[in-house]
Write a protein that binds this ligand. Structure first.
Ligand code: FES
Ligand SMILES: [Fe+2]
Length: 370
């Protein structure tokens, strides 16, 4: 009952669709994400040989599975026969088998086996859509758009996480009950220090630069990064300038950089108008680390085993949890009051929303042409 009430306004109306939207905010809150990009959809370790995982990209259900040979595949999540979800089935060898009549699909979505006599071995060609898949940084990436563009589009380069001596990594993700544009607004808008007033990951932010370059919005703030009681313990301020942060919405991804020592990427997977998965990679140069109370440098091996797991638990997860609660409450507020006037003071938020809208319109225009 509560759920249903939160989906509609006091007058009983539902938030407008993209076509019905009357203003920039309504458009941003209804837009999908342009599918002609690589989207992080799952952690690689969560799809072991023989396992299937359902992935949803903007209402399209995709069956991600790993064959016994270790290769990943992603195909439409519906059996060509009676449209059951194939993720309800199982992997046999390198094929995915529907749970009902046992039709089998290979990694390209072709139906390759029907285990009854009606057709003998000569059944008509049933082919499901397949999606390009890649792995990088411990994540599985799917290209839900035009497959011809998959090779030219690049997954973000993160050299710090590659090579013999990668930076320390804190990976974290959560599914948020909100539109993806609200996550983008949240992670690059540093005016919400009040929400994090206990842990103070940043405070006293002043916007010093806002620039739109093609499909990227760059934003700089002067602020105190990691100045909280606990976070301050781990950051070596002698080596790291924590008075400034650069952020960017580099469509469709978001990233930050503090003095080339502390960085993050946020990869958002849009599931539907009110559900999104946010996958974060926070990564840290060894130069910025210190152990509370000790004068010497932290060896990265020790940081990986001890410092990062603790930091994830006591700092990062609670922080993301605060953002999640706030943004989910924002979604509920929007559902009830979507027609209220826009009261937005940070000019960066306007630009994030414009970019989201423009890229969705590009996709709609392309769809209309084909
Ligand atoms: S519904 Fe899938 S095999 Fe019949
Ligand atoms: Fe936040």
């Amino acid at each position: 009952m509560r759920e249903a009430a939160n989906l509609i306004s006091l007058s009983g109306a539902r938030p407008p669709t993209f076509d019905q939207a009357q203003n920039r905010r309504q458009k941003a809150r209804a837009a999908g994400m342009n599918p002609d990009y690589w989207y992080a959809v799952e952690w690689e370790k969560n799809v072991k040989p023989g396992q299937t995982v359902e992935v949803v990209f903007w209402k399209q259900s995709i069956a991600l599975f790993r064959g016994q040979d270790g290769r990943l595949a992603a195909i439409e999540n519906r059996c060509a026969h009676r449209q059951l979800k194939l993720t309800g089935g199982q992997v046999n060898g390198c094929n995915l088998t529907c749970p009902y009549h046992g039709w089998q699909y290979d990694a390209t979505g072709r139906c390759v086996h029907i285990p009854h006599e009606l057709f003998g071995n000569k059944f008509p060609e049933f082919k499901l859509r397949d999606y390009p898949v890649k792995t990088k940084y411990g994540l599985v990436w799917i290209f839900p758009g035009d497959p011809e563009l998959a090779e030219e589009r690049k997954i973000p380069e993160i050299p710090e996480l590659e090579g013999a001596d990668p930076w320390g990594l804190i990976p974290i993700d959560a599914t948020w009950k909100c539109h993806h544009s609200m996550i983008l607004d949240n992670v690059s808008d540093f005016t919400h220090a009040y929400l994090h007033r206990r842990s103070k990951p940043f405070h006293d932010a002043k916007l010093t630069r806002l620039e739109v370059k093609g499909d990227t919005v760059e934003v700089d703030y002067n602020t105190v990064v990691g100045g909280g009681r606990i976070s301050g313990l781990f950051v070596d301020r002698k080596n790291t300038n924590t008075d400034h942060i650069e952020l960017a919405y580099e469509y469709p991804y978001q990233r930050s950089n503090t003095d080339s020592r502390i960085k993050h990427w946020c990869f958002v997977l849009p599931i539907d108008e009110q559900t999104s998965r946010a996958i974060f990679l926070f990564y840290f140069s060894k130069d910025m680390l210190k152990i509370p109370g000790l004068p010497f440098k932290v060896p990265m091996s020790f940081a990986r085993k001890v410092v990062f797991p603790i930091a994830k638990k006591v700092l990062v997860a609670p922080l993301i949890g605060e953002d999640k609660l706030a943004v989910e409450a924002e979604q509920e507020g929007y559902n009830r009051h979507f027609e209220k006037p826009i009261a937005e003071l940070n000019p960066a938020v306007h630009e994030f929303q414009q970019l989201t809208i423009r890229k969705w319109e590009e996709h709609l225009a392309k769809q209309a042409r084909t």
